[in-house]
Design a protein around this ligand. Sequence first.
Ligand code: GCU
Length: 418
Amino acid sequence: MIILLISVNLMAQQTGVNYDEKEVPNYKLPELLVSKNGRKIKNAKRWEKIRRPELLKLFEQEVYGKIPVDIEIDDVIIHEAAGEAFNGTAIRRQVELVFRKDDLALSANLLIYLPKDSDNVPVFVGLNFNGNHTVSDDPDIRLADSWVRDNPSLGIVHNQVTEQSRGVASDRWPIEEILEAGYGIATIYCGDIDPDRDNFQDGIHPFSYQLGQFRPGYDEWGTISAWAWGLTKAMDYLSTDADVDSSRVIVFGHSRLGKAALWAAALDQRFAMCISNNSGCMGAALSRRQFGETVGSITKAFPHWFCENLNKYASREENLPVDQHMLLALVAPRPLYVTSATEDLWADPKGEFLSAIEAGAVYQLYGTEGLPVNEMPAPDSPVAGSVGYHIRTGKHDITSYDWKQFIDFANQQFTPEQ
Ligand code: GCU
């Protein structure tokens, strides 16, 4: 035990990462319910009219970057309308959303599974990391053809996928359980929208450039904003799909894609619910705690995820005009579920929990309870009001345990008590 503690401490010292609760600086969160000009926000009406737009703007300008152009779906190509899936218990729909501007074209491939013979179903929608074909062994899912990070052990070489990666992420996507519970599930490969690399020459970004512009402006969209935009386009399509109940679309994401899901839910109030799984730094976790990943480390390792303005706050978290409880509050009054994992210290589980607690103040303006507890619950003991939370035993991941809680939470929120 002692040896383990020493080695964890050494590791922290070597890398400069704080994993010691005692080293968390004293911090004061920016006021959620006081407007820029000092007015107290006392009701939902003022929140919506004054404070919500102020905060949205700050996250746009200083954190994720604003989406500078309105790009509509130009074409919808239905590759498969109702393929038989999972032994006839479900249908598979594969839809290519095409965007065009001048000589630019971009395709976002949406894979949708719906329970057979049901209409008007609620749907979970989220991005995936390495291609739609990775989410299930289903041999009929079309292979991604956009840029994917090389991973020779999965047969991904020259940035192109092969059959070898089919189904490799299926552990994270318990699709049959989701369908059995009466939900549909839809996904797009994040790289269809914007490849996850520090290169603003591909994906959707060039659609917004003026002549002679080669990267977004200092307050314009980084990759997380681009992904969030992609989710809103998935929503555009889903709201035209007669089999989907567009008033019950739940946006979700794991890790970097959880950050994108939160931002998408903040931007687009058509999403009826949001799930942030292990989203950590610049997702659900409070930045001012400086525990695990910090603004300094994330802007160094993944500068392209954010707008350039965020660099100003590297190691100066106390100067940020926002903190992440405000992002969570932008989801209110819609139900929100936040998860952590016991071994995912990099994402700062306590910071994720505290942030979810703080966001409750806005849910209260709408007359609902945010999180119904003040203390962090024990591992594997979910708690839920209109904000839900659990910390799962284990590592940074999204597992069938997590999914079971998402489904229970969605059932609770969508089915009014008799
Ligand atoms: C890295 C990054 C995190 C991110 C994670 C992921 O660990 O530092 O911020 O959430 O990757 O997306 O898996």
